[in-house]
Ligand binder design. Structure first.
Ligand code: GLC
Ligand code: GLC
Length: 817
């Protein structure tokens, strides 16, 4: 069953029924101010850091699932009845309902008893505020006397503290109401120099800023006392729970429409100019007032909305495809690219499944996120690379996570995830291939954020590589540390204490357990670093990297090949994991994908053999599961992976993130049909028709789809913030469609379904626009035999970098394989 449909023309997903199986959400903001919004206006907002600068409160894991948001209530003052035009929180049955999630905005429209309402929520570029543009129309034959109430709940900034430290928080809340604007200023009196504000473009009939007054005791958002009685209490919060609610009275003649704008924002004052007058306790509003005034003006709102749309036109215009497959087209052209922006901004911190409290930005996650983002805003990718590498340890290891606000490594989690450093090499390589900006390698970057420790970024890459060389185990394979890519394969943990963190508990000295996955990653990163070194004319260095990679490859052949697939790891007893000799977990996906992507087994058939094993043992119609057979019980020597019930998460779930590794591997062996088939199995748009089973949004990838061992096989979970976004985008655009960035140009190397007759990609790259038409008259799956550039044939399949031209460059490629 479907709950809506795609509107590709407008780049929107249109939800036509409010009670989706799970909240179907969208992100507002793509720079510094962010919001998450569901199809029924649930969600919350924050500035930069979802934990430390939370503007509005949200209660996770609620029933109903999604409570707390950007709510509006309409009340018919003659009849006394009221409803939510976004369905929640009153859940009044609406005559019409529609939610359109678009690029950086969401519009929720509805109609109830002939009153039409429409709210568009978005964050203007360059601002630290969000706008709710509300329009209401009277379709009755009589004048409608209405009241409009807004409602948000302020969070007392640190979302963790806000949710736990009540003995203090119930006494700290403070607000100011000046010129009908509600200012939330908890802790402004002491060490904070920032506050929030909530303003409305209309003359107010009243306001409330104390939650419990607005709601009334023992009531909830589905029937607030103020709304029920049709009149605000003009409450002024002191302590308890600061809240923001405006009350506006609207009289609408038949056919009349009224527009009302709400602005919710975040503002900082210089520390020495916090108060006005200086010796008072009143917020200095000099710099915020013009901002508020600007956006309470409809003209400016319209202009800001148009700018946002142009911004996305431009970003999405960098890579557009027209292929025979509608699902691939809309994901590549619209939604997958859009999701890559969200994962770049949020990493894994704030979604409806990530609380925004526990995790900052992951080192490996953020590096991988670059793969799907770097072409959109290279300058921000550059900044991210420099931030990430500044948290790198002198040993070449990395803090596993860092807080975006402080840009410091997170001590609670620390380091010791031995795959981490290599992702930096891959992230930087992706940046260099996109931009050709070699200067980044000379940027001085600190280690561990320590002033004085600066070394060129290139030195960071060397240390990343050397980190593994200095940490190999009994078989000569890399030691795994706390975990590799699979956070839940904790081979040194051996925890028997409930609640202990699998990632930070270490009961073994870590000198035995090894990872074949990291070995593959090392080979891949080594080859990449060699290519970079060569470009820098460091030939010896390049030779060294290649020699070490070749050595590791030998070790993989010797100890990492199980007969029909690659072994996954060796445990603390030196026994293989992911081998036919194991009882459970005989074959894992990660080492197959990573070793083949590193080029191992391509010449001697081992890659094909491993891929056949994946197809036989791991592939399901909903995607490829992580391993088989699933772990039926807890294995203390394996850690968290065996803590999940079979079929979920890392225990044999379809962990979508690494499906693309197999898809790339299939393209590397030339199997375009199978590559595309695997891609389609996890493509959310292609799964739209099984919405009841899939349950998550059909426009973005989810981290996981339940595997075949789970009772809910096919059900997606943890949508939005997943490495799947970047990896699938990278895979489809660069490996299936095959328009691949390289150090010296754009490679054209598609590996496609045999039945595709042709497709066209438009790609902006280093100052030029290429219109690339690929023709496949003979029904091949790969092999560009002819490449014409503006009508002239060129040798090879790389389009060389050229000085920017005003006209698009026409490219024709013919597959003859
Ligand atoms: C989550 C983590 C990621 C990890 C993966 C597999 O997606 O964010 O870092 O690689 O799980 O455990
Ligand atoms: C948990 C999750 C896993 C994730 C890890 C990151 O272990 O199950 O998927 O990668 O946390 O901290």
């Amino acid at each position: 069953m479907r709950y809506g449909h795609f509107d590709d023309q407008r780049r929107e997903y249109v939800i036509t029924q409010p009670n989706t199986p799970l909240p179907w959400i969208n992100y507002l903001g793509c720079e510094a101010y962010f919001g998450i919004i569901s199809n029924t206006a649930g969600g919350y907002s924050f500035y930069r850091d979802a934990r430390l600068r939370r503007l509005t409160r949200y209660r996770y894991n609620n029933a109903p699932f999604d409570v707390g948001g950007r709510y509006l209530y309409l009340r018919d003052n003659d009849r006394g009845e009221f409803w939510s035009p976004s369905w929640q929180p009153t859940r009044t049955k609406l005559d019409k309902y529609e939610c359109r999630h678009g690029m950086g905005y969401t519009t929720i429209s509805s109609s109830y008893s002939k009153i039409e309402a429409q709210t568009t929520y978005f964050v203007p570029l360059g601002e630290t505020l969000e706008i709710w543009k509300f329009q209401v129309t009277n379709r009755r034959k009589k004048t409608a006397k209405l009241s409009l109430f807004s409602s948000i709940e302020f969070c007392l900034w640190d979302a963790q503290d806000d949710a736990t430290n009540f003995q203090r928080n119930f006494s700290t809340g403070q607000v100011e109401i000046v010129d009908e604007v509600i200012y939330h200023k908890t802790e402004y009196r002491e060490r904070r120099n920032h506050f929030a504000y909530f303003a409305c473009s209309e003359k107010l009939a009243g306001f409330d800023t104390q939650r419990d007054t607005f709601l009334g005791a023992y009531r909830s958002w589905d029937n607030p006392a103020a709304v029920e009685r049709g009149k605000s209490f003009n409450s002024v919060a002191h302590g308890w729970a600061p809240h923001g609610s405006h009350h506006v009275k609207i009289n609408l003649k038949p056919g009349e429409t009224k527009e009302i704008i709400f602005v919710l924002g975040y503002h900082e004052n210089p520390v020495d100019r916090k108060f006005d007058p200086p010796n008072s306790q009143t917020i200095n509003k000099q710099t915020v007032k013009p901002v508020i005034a600007k956006y309470l003006d409809g003209k400016n709102v319209t202009a800001a909305f148009e700018r946002l749309q142009h911004y996305w036109d431009d970003l999405l215009g960098i890579y557009q495809v027209q292929s025979p497959d509608i699902h691939a087209n809309r994901m590549v052209n619209i939604w997958n690219a859009y999701q890559c922006m969200a994962t770049f901004n949020m990493s894994r911190s704030a979604s409806f499944y990530e609380s925004g409290i526990g995790r900052g930005l992951g080192f490996r996650d953020s590096n991988q996120d670059l793969l799907g983002f770097v072409h959109m805003v290279p300058a921000r990718a550059r900044e991210r690379i420099l931030d990430l590498s500044a948290t790198q340890l002198k040993t070449g290891g990395a803090f596993h996570q860092y807080q975006p606000l402080t840009k410091r490594g997170n001590n609670d989690i620390g380091s010791g995830f031995n795959d981490d450093p290599h992702w930096l090499i891959l992230g930087v390589a992706a940046y260099l291939k996109e931009t050709g900006d070699w200067s980044i390698l000379d940027e001085p970057v600190q280690f561990e954020n320590e002033p004085g420790s600066e070394q060129p970024l290139y030195e960071h890459l060397r240390r990343s590589f050397n980190y593994t060389l200095e940490r190999t185990g009994p078989h000569g394979l890399p030691l795994i540390g706390r975990a590799d890519w699979n956070d839940c394969l904790n081979l040194n943990c051996f925890s028997d204490t409930p609640g202990q963190s699998f990632q930070t508990t270490t009961n073994k000295d870590g000198t035995v357990a090894e990872s074949v996955f990291i070995a593959g990653l090392f080979v891949m990163a080594g080859k990449e670093l060699a290519a970079i070194a060569k470009k820098r004319k460091l030939n010896q260095e390049a030779e060294r990297c290649l020699a070490e990679a070749a050595k590791m490859e030998k070790v993989i052949y010797q100890h990492g090949w199980d007969g029909a697939w690659f072994v996954r790891a060796y445990d603390d007893f030196g026994k293989p994991i992911g081998s036919k000799v194991c009882e459970e977990g005989k074959i894992f996906i990660e080492s197959q994908g990573m070793c083949i992507m590193a080029g191992i087994g391509l010449k001697d058939g081992k890659a094909k053999q491993a891929l056949a094993s994946v197809n036989k043992h791991l592939a399901t119609k909903h995607g490829i599961v992580l391993q088989q057979p699933a772990f039926t019980k807890y294995h203390i020597s394996l850690g968290e992976i065996s803590s999940y019930p079979p079929g979920y998460k890392e225990n044999a779930g379809i962990f979508c993130h690494n499906n693309p590794w197999i898809i790339i591997s299939e393209t590397m062996v030339g199997n375009g049909d199978r590559a595309f088939d695997y891609y389609t199995r996890i493509n959310p748009s292609a799964r739209e028709k099984i919405g009841d089973m899939h349950r998550c949004e059909p426009y973005v990838f989810a981290q996981m789809i339940a595997g075949k061992d789970a009772p809910t096989h096919g059900e997606a979970k943890n949508s939005w913030l997943t490495g799947t976004a970047a990896w699938t985008y990278f895979t489809v655009t660069q490996w299936i469609l095959g328009i691949r960035t390289d150090y010296d140009g754009l490679r054209v190397d598609p590996v496609i379904p045999a039945k595709w007759k042709s497709f066209t990609v438009t790609r902006r790259f280093r100052g030029n626009t290429y219109v690339i038409e690929v023709r496949n008259p003979k029904g091949k799956q790969r092999g560009v035999k002819k490449l014409l550039v503006n009508g002239k044939e060129i040798a090879g399949n790389v389009l060389p970098v050229r000085p920017p031209q005003s006209k698009p460059i026409q490219v024709e490629a013919v597959l003859e394989g």
